[in-house]
Design a protein around this ligand. Structure first.
Ligand SMILES: [Mn+2]
Length: 343
């Protein structure tokens, strides 16, 4: 089974910017005609071959753009990648990826309208740029969770069969679960989807996790994908109201950074109206990239851009109007950590 990566990527781009009234027709005639279950199976198998050779902690050299939850909001993902309604050529996309690596912190699917296109686009980029595009697992990259929150239903509606769903959730089981970002002048940044775990005190502990599985309901892998930071608890860890993972306080987070020589933990997993949130003496940051979450929350999205020497700045953006036709992408606003606020 042969597929062309560049053609596949351009096909998704073309369809993403077609007139919304024709969207379903075009998806049926173009996207679904090309991406048959056999092709999707092959794309997943090729991408699994890459993930299986990545460690539980992937090592990334900055510059890198760190992205939080996407949740099937394909047009926000394209916005992050500098793709606009005016210019959605793969040449522009590939130039952007050659400027900065990308790290996506999980929760690619569920909630939004385009989970299938979003995950397909991301794994095609991973195939094209295995050393510039990095994907780590979120709690929604799970067979159990995606059956409830939209991805499974979307696949059944689009294909009439669960085969692509089974291939893609199998791919989820191979995703790495954390990342270090190395820079020339600062201690490494460390990233995961949810948060820290009482069972993961040193980075060596991460290597012991057998990650090739559906995320368990408890234990270190579960905590990494599900936990949240919390200001108002007076213990290190507390049971999470989510029913999985923990709430963790400043003390264990700062101890984790100190023990492992890290400058900051980067995570996603929680909606932030301002797009990002610094906590715990600026030793933890939440990055949220699904702007106007579920097309109604009115929140900003952000990415955290880390340069080669370790300085960072946020890009803030508003939600893309997916019903618009001639001004689909809103301008990206930059907020730098050289501003007084972040010193
Ligand atoms: Mn999450």
């Amino acid at each position: 089974m042969i597929f062309d990566i560049d053609y596949s990527i351009q096909l998704i781009l073309n369809n993403s910017f077609s007139n919304s009234n024709d969207n379903n027709t075009l998806q049926k005639t173009d996207i679904l005609k090309y991406f048959t279950p056999d092709i999707i199976h092959q794309i997943c198998e090729d991408c699994i071959d890459i993930f299986i050779n990545e460690n539980n902690i992937v090592d990334i050299e900055a510059p890198v753009t760190v992205c939080g939850d996407i949740h099937g909001q394909l047009h926000d993902l394209l916005n992050i990648l500098n793709i606009t309604y005016q210019d959605y050529s793969i040449k522009t996309l590939f130039e952007q990826i050659n400027n900065t690596k990308y790290l996506f912190l999980g929760d690619f699917v569920d909630r939004g309208f385009y989970s299938f296109e979003t995950i397909l686009f991301l794994i095609l980029l991973k195939l094209k740029y295995p050393d510039r595009i990095y994907l780590i697992r979120g709690n929604h990259e799970s067979s159990n969770i995606t059956k409830i929150y939209g991805f499974y239903d979307e696949i059944i509606n689009k294909f009439g069969t669960s085969t692509p769903y089974l291939n893609i959730t199998n791919l989820f089981n191979h995703l790495p679960i954390s990342a270090t970002i190395n820079t020339s002048n600062k201690d490494p940044y460390f990233a995961m989807h949810g948060g820290i775990s009482p069972d993961l005190l040193t980075l060596n502990d991460f290597d012991a996790i057998d990650r090739i599985q559906e995320p368990p309901h408890k234990g270190p892998m579960c905590d990494l994908l599900w936990s949240d930071p919390e200001d108002n608890i007076n213990s290190d860890y507390k049971v999470s109201p989510r029913g999985a993972g923990y709430l963790f306080s400043k003390r264990p987070l700062k101890e984790f950074n100190y023990t492992n020589g890290l400058s900051m933990v980067l995570r996603a997993h929680q909606l932030v109206m301002e797009g990002f949130k610094m906590m715990f003496d600026d030793e933890l940051c939440t990055v949220w990239s699904a702007a106007n979450y579920c097309y109604r929350c009115g929140n900003l999205g952000s990415t955290l851009n880390i340069d080669s020497s370790g300085n960072y700045e946020f890009s803030l953006f508003e939600g893309v109007d997916i019903n618009g036709t001639d001004k689909l992408i809103l301008p990206v606003k930059k907020l730098s950590n050289s501003n007084e606020y972040f010193l």
